[in-house]
Design a binder for this molecule. Structure first.
Ligand code: NCD
Length: 311
């Protein structure tokens, strides 16, 4: 099968097909073995990645940089706006054009929804969205889906419960949209009313005929979840009043975890700020530290290899 990722940008999960996932996951398995056996190789020698992170990042930037280096490539790391020409007033389009002559791929994070698409339109190299405001975080969804497949063995017939600040949470938007590729998925969104699912995401999911439910009460649904996807309150995207209203209002502790199915998963893209108690970390269902994080690096290695080389 031809490589569907070659030379392609990844701005949203909307363009990803079911068959693409099989190709990506097979490559991620290969990367996992490669890292375990030799740490990496130099298949991307001579290729360079720009990591333009205009918003804070620990995992996404770290795993992209590690992925590139494990495959022998180089990188230019940009953290924050302050030291860039964007702070002097340069347009994203100009930055995209300029970096296209330095690098082979651009990974970008920015607070403004649509900003990555804007730069990608002007860039002459593939651009990967590493999070654009409250919009999307496609590579997080890909690593989440890979983790679900690895841990539960399949992506069909799953009941996913998303919990917390749903309205500001790009990993939820991307994963919920991606899971519509599996028509037997059911989704429940549990959130305070102020931070409900965005209308555009709800419409997208409903257009794909996926069964969704929205509630404020986790107790109603926790025992039927195959996946409980917990989120952080996105303090940086709301005013103080709203933050104080929601922060600390939902917390996953062991007594709640005990109500979950024996074979289920607790996921979180991290960072967490109190919404999952440390006592949950050693539960066998907890996937956020020991499963999602390493998988993030394997998926990003796989993506970089597939985007940069025809195979
Ligand atoms: C998430 C993000 O930036 O969207 N983090 C991540 O990439 N792992 C979630 C968050 O900021 O809380």
């Amino acid at each position: 099968m031809p490589n569907p990722f070659f030379n392609k940008k990844i701005i949203t999960v909307d363009t990803i097909k079911k068959d693409d996932l099989s190709i990506l996951f097979k490559k991620a398995d290969e990367m996992k073995n490669l890292v375990k056996e030799k740490g990496g190789d130099d298949r991307l020698k001579g290729k360079i990645m720009a990591a333009l992170f205009y918003e804070p990042s620990s995992r996404t930037m770290g795993s992209f940089v590690s992925a590139m280096q494990r495959l022998g490539g180089g990188f230019i790391p940009i953290s924050g706006m302050a030291n860039t020409s964007v702070s002097k007033g340069e347009t994203l389009e100009d930055t995209g054009k300029v970096y296209s002559s330095y690098v082979d791929v651009i990974v970008m994070r920015h607070a403004e929804p649509g900003s990555v698409a804007q730069l990608a339109k002007a860039a002459l190299v593939p651009v990967i969205n590493a999070g654009d405001g409250i919009n999307e975080h496609p590579t997080q969804a890909l690593l989440d889906a890979y983790t679900i497949k690895q841990e539960l063995g399949h992506l069909d017939n799953l009941r996913i419960v998303f919990w917390g600040d749903i309205g500001h949470y790009r990993p939820v938007n991307s994963l919920a949209k991606l899971m519509t590729l599996f028509p037997t998925t059911t989704m429940t969104f549990v959130s305070p009313p102020e931070v409900k699912l965005q209308d555009s995401v709800r419409n997208y999911i409903q257009r794909k005929n996926i069964n969704i439910r929205e509630t404020e009460d986790i107790q109603e649904v926790i025992s039927s979840a195959d996946i409980l996807y917990v989120t952080r309150v996105k303090k940086e995207y709301m005013d103080e009043d709203l933050y104080h209203k929601i922060q600390g209002k939902y917390i996953l502790n062991l007594s709640l975890v005990k109500k979950m199915k024996a074979k289920s998963l607790i996921m979180h893209p991290l960072p967490r700020v109190g919404e999952i108690k440390e006592e949950v970390d050693s539960d066998p269902r907890a996937a956020y530290i020991t499963k999602q994080m390493p998988n993030g690096m394997y998926i990003r290695m796989a993506l970089l290899d597939l985007i940069l080389k025809k195979q």
